[in-house]
Design a protein around this ligand. Sequence first.
Ligand SMILES: Cc1ncc(COP(=O)(O)O)c(C=O)c1O
Length: 387
Amino acid sequence: MKRRVAVEIDLDALVRNYRRIAVHVKNLDVLCVLKANAYGLGVSPFALALAKAGCRSFGVAEPYEAEELCSTFEAANLKADVQILSSILPDEILPMVERGVILPVTGLEEAHLISDAAHKAGKKARVHFKIDTGMGRLGIPAFGEDGINKALSVICDCLPLQDLECEGIFSHCAMAYDPADPFTSNQIALFKSLVQALAEKGISFKRVHMAASDAVNNFPETLSPPFNTVRTGINLHGSFDPNGLRALNVESVLSLKTRVAQVRNLPAGTSLGYGRTYTLSSPSKIAVISAGYADGLPLQLGNRGFVFIGGKRCPVVGRVSMDYATVDVSNVEGVKIGDEVICFGRCGDDAITPDDWAALKGTHPYDIICSLGSRVLRKTVGTADMV
Ligand SMILES: Cc1ncc(COP(=O)(O)O)c(C=O)c1O
C-alpha cells in the first residue's frame, strides 16, 4: 500500500551541504556521521550520495551500523573508511577488526583486547584514541588533576602493541553550541596540550579531530592545526543546534508530507480533538490531516504550529493525536480529500523546517529528525545517488 506519510530526503541538497561544509573547513577532511541509520532516515542513500560526492570517511555509533555501512559500500564497489566513534564491547571487537572498521580506544585493557583480536584475525586493527576532555561519557580521561600525564601514559602504553595501527586521536565537545561558555575552550585547550605533549615525545597521528557541527559553527580554532578533520552530522541535514552561531550556509534536506483525510465546515462553538483545547470562535473549514505524533509531529504543534496546504500556511488547531491533526483551512480555496500537506519543507518562498519544530517543542532538531515514526516512508529525491 502507498504510505500516507513520507519524509523526502533531497540528496542533491545533502551533497550541496557536504560541499559547503568542505569549503568552510578549507584544508580539513570531512568525516560524515551517519549513526543511528543516518539519524533515522536510512543510511544507504546518504552514504552513497556522500561517497560519490567525494567523502571517504564515515562515522557510526556501534557495530551493527558499521556492518551495514561496510556492506553498502561493498555492494556499490566504493572504498571508504568506516569508523565507530563511541565504544566497542569485548565480543564485538573481532568481527569489526575482520571488517576493517576503525575502532575507538578508550583504555589500555581495551587496546589489548583489540590488539589480540587483530592478531587472531591476521591483520592490523586501525584505531583512534578517544580522549575524554570533559564530556564525561566515554574515552581516556584527560581532565582532572594530572589528567594530561595520565592520558599520555595510557596512550604511550598502547602504542607498542604490535597489532594496532594507531591512526588517530580525537575528542568530543559537551556544549560547543555556546560560544560564550569557556567550557569548550577549556576542552579544546586540554586536547591541544595533550597532542602537544605527544608531539614532544615524537608521537603524531594521521587524524586529529574534535569538532562536530556545533564546534564547526562556533569554534574556529577547531579548524586549524593540530586538527585536520571535522565530524559532521546534523549540518548535513541542514539543521543546527538552536543556540549558537550559524556560520555555515546549509539548507534543510527534508520535507515531511502527508495528505488531507477529511474536510468539513464546522459551526462556531465546535471543540476540536482530545482535551478540547481549541473551540471554533466562528464557522470554520477544518481539514483533518493524516499524520500525528506517531509519525513524529510534536504535540507542541497543537494550537501553535503550521503546515502548508494548497500553497498556504495553515494553523494546526486542537491537540495533535496519534494518527491525525486538525488544521484550519478556512482561507484556502478548494481543499479536498487526498490533497498534499507539507508538514515541514519548502512551499514557494516560505518554509517550515525541523528546526522550527524543535523551537516549538523546546528541543533540538536531532530529536525531531530521529522521532519520525516507523510508518513514515523514507523517500529520496534528487539525482545525487545516481551519478
Ligand atoms: C563523537 C561524535 N562525533 C560527531 C557527532 C556528530 O554530531 P553533529 O550531528 O552535531 O554534527 C556525534 C553525534 O552526536 C558524536 O557522538
